[in-house]
Ligand binder design. Structure first.
Ligand code: ADP
Ligand code: MG
Length: 354
């Protein structure tokens, strides 16, 4: 369906310098595939999507869409954009139009549909994304999650063959990420061909048929979710997909700002979409810092989260200590799955798996 060969993109800056963002991108995408594109920021993921639908034409290389060279002079760009929908991080809804008008606009203007048909289809798409009752309101009264679902419905109204998503949930409050992902999951189940730039690793693992790990202007590794997340062939992929998110606190003297630490911990849990751990993280930290390990200050406390394994843990580390500081574990047992006590190069660590 889409065939990309030796694609490159160089931005030329006004000062004469240049930046080659896409170096040599090669891939084949079949109908019905759901491909998540992951990788560090600045590695050209957005540029790649924009090159595919010619929002930002590449410098060299070849893109075939259903066998046709879309970079050829005279290729009808508007036709391509109808077949290749795009959903952006910031929704890009028309603020002066109602939800229904947003969805009807392109089908009427570009496909020449009658108002009645466009309206009927728009309503049915709104039902599909769970927003039928919002048809007559303006986007400004919607939450971010609702806006993004409208944007998806608007995209579907053009009856696209493939949809490109550029970080569709990055601008959303964490509580609204789920409703957008669930609409996307449904699309994937319906067989829509999708390319999704995302930082939602668990979602990428669960819905994708394939993952592209982009790094340094290349598709550094291309494989099944299982390969990329569990058995990456290349070390940069492994480093990226198995990375640990972490918040570190140096708990020093008695006047340490404990409430401040709890606030940061709560924020960390919410940001990483694990609010269910908030309570226990706080209880355990308080117990350890003020009671069980109070005599071992200064200590380092780390809150860790491995997204792919969905594993949260708390570390309590003390320097120059050879044996476990844990005398009493009874109080901890109901609060964690496992207690790991181990010496480190600099001292001793107590790790609690939540
Ligand atoms: P990603 O989506 O992976 O975070 P982007 O594709 O947005 O990365 O950007 C890749 C690089 O290209 C970045 O260094 C960015 O600053 C640069 N870049 C993106 N768009 C432009 C532009 N219009 N002009 C110049 N540089 C750009
Ligand atoms: Mg981007």
């Amino acid at each position: 369906m889409i065939s990309v060969k030796h694609l490159s993109k160089t931005y030329r800056n006004p000062d004469g310098s240049s930046l080659t963002v896409l170096k040599d991108i090669n891939c084949e995408i079949q109908p019905g595939e759901v491909i998540s594109i992951i990788g560090p920021s600045g590695t050209g993921k957005s540029t790649f999507l924009r090159a595919l639908n010619l929002l930002d034409p590449p410098t060299s290389g070849e893109i075939l869409y259903n066998g046709e060279n879309i970079l050829a002079k005279g290729y009808p760009v508007h036709k391509l954009r109808q077949k290749m929908g795009m959903v952006f991080q910031n929704f890009n809804l028309f603020e002066h139009m109602t939800v229904l008008e947003n969805i009807m606009y392109a089908p009427v203007k570009i496909l020449g549909k009658s108002m009645a048909d466009a309206r009927e289809e728009a309503l049915s798409l709104l039902r599909k994304v769970g927003l039928a009752e919002k048809a007559e309101v303006y986007p400004s009264s919607l939450s971010g999650g609702q806006k993004q679902r409208v944007a998806i419905a608007r995209c579907l109204a053009m009856n696209p063959e493939v949809i490109l998503f550029d970080e569709p949930t990055s601008a959303l409050d964490p509580t609204m990420v789920g409703e957008v992902l669930s609409v996307m999951r449904q699309l994937a189940r319906d067989g829509m061909t999708m390319l999704i730039v995302t930082h939602e690793m668990r979602f990428a693992r669960d819905v994708s048929t394939r993952i592209f790990f982009m790094n340094g202007g290349y598709i550094h590794e291309d494989g099944t979710p299982q390969q990329i997340f569990e058995n990456p062939r290349r070390s940069a992929t492994k480093e990226f997909t198995q990375r640990i998110r972490r918040e570190v606190f140096e708990v020093t003297a008695d006047d340490f700002d404990l409430p401040g630490m709890f606030t940061t911990m709560t924020r960390f849990c919410i940001k990483n979409n694990i609010p269910q751990y908030c309570d226990r993280v706080e209880k355990i930290s308080e117990l350890m810092v003020t009671d069980i390990m109070a005599a071992y200050r200064p200590m380092t406390v780390r809150l860790n989260y491995k997204e792919i394994a969905d594993e949260a843990s708390l570390d309590f580390m003390v320097e120059n200590l050879q044996e476990t500081p844990l005398k009493n574990r009874e109080a901890l047992l109901p609060l964690c799955r496992e207690i790991i006590e181990e010496p480190t190069t600099r001292g001793f660590r107590v790790k609690l798996l939540l």
